[in-house]
Design a protein around this ligand. Structure first.
Ligand SMILES: C[S@@+](CC[C@H](N)C(=O)[O-])C[C@H]1O[C@@H](n2cnc3c(N)ncnc32)[C@H](O)[C@@H]1O
Length: 239
């Protein structure tokens, strides 16, 4: 695929350790989770996703030596969580005890005023968009007995978790204002020192609620040591 050459300009020499080439790992994740969809490198969204996924992998590797579980809100078909879960094995990283993947598996919750894009030409999502079939996701993760799909609406779904759990890696990807804020309120105190929280849509024109929720939460706690990433995500290392 000739367009691979362009991606390789950025990613060819980016090995996730001396063993794994990032873009090879990304492609095999894509082929596993979306086998029916060819990789479309003409679509700028693909390049944005690849870039975000690279940051995810690097932060995931960064927490390798910490104790704690994995927590993702917003799973869809499981792309980002599979990318990271399979990286653990491929890089022989320290084993994470449990991976908690949280989603309604009924799509987005209620869209609020905070979620309406400023640009009137952008799509306004509605409740139930981005719905993924639970059984498909179960099949995708059946090779891993330490991955738990936790089905339900944020924040009520958190009642299904052991409240004493501690987490070293948190990925927030629920797009909307309210579930992002609810997730931060639930998870922040449960993240170990040095652990990472990364949110996917900080700079997304399509989902402006994510940035508002992130800033609302950290401003209200007067916490300033988070970083807006060039990829459009934002991340914090818990101090
Ligand atoms: C952008 S997708 C997640 C993408 C995924 N991380 C990936 O790599 O493909 C957003 C997900 O958030 C979930 N979601 C949105 N609002 C939710 C809520 N209030 N409670 C639970 N899940 C929610 C949707 O069901 C959807 O699967």
């Amino acid at each position: 695929m000739a367009l691979d050459q362009h991606i390789n300009i950025f990613f060819k020499d980016l090995f996730l350790s001396n063993k794994i080439n990032f873009f090879d790992h990304w492609k095999s994740t894509h082929n596993k989770i979306y086998p029916e969809i060819p990789i479309d490198l003409n679509n700028v969204l693909t390049a944005i996703r690849i870039n975000k996924n690279f940051y995810l992998c690097k932060y995931f590797m960064y927490v390798n030596n910490l104790e704690g579980d994995f927590f993702e809100c917003g799973v869809l078909r499981g792309f980002s969580s599979y990318l990271l879960r399979s990286l653990e094995d491929n890089l022989s990283l320290n084993k994470i005890n449990k991976y908690f993947l949280i989603d309604s598996f009924e799509g987005l919750s209620e869209i609020t005023k905070s979620d309406i894009p400023l640009n009137p030409n952008l799509k306004i999502h509605k409740k139930g968009d981005l719905r993924e079939n639970f059984e498909t996701v179960e099949i995708n993760f059946k090779e891993y007995n330490n991955v738990f799909l936790v089905k339900g609406w944020i924040p009520d779904v958190f009642d299904q978790l052991d409240q004493n759990n501690k987490y070293k890696f948190v990925h927030l990807d629920v797009d909307l204002y309210q579930p992002t804020l609810d997730s931060l309120e639930y998870i922040y105190e449960k993240v170990v020192k040095g652990g990472v929280i990364i949110t996917d849509d900080y700079k997304s024109p399509l989902f402006p609620g994510n940035k508002k929720a992130w800033e609302h939460y950290f401003n209200s706690k007067n916490i300033k040591n988070w970083l807006a990433l060039p990829s459009g995500q934002a991340a914090i290392i818990k101090s």
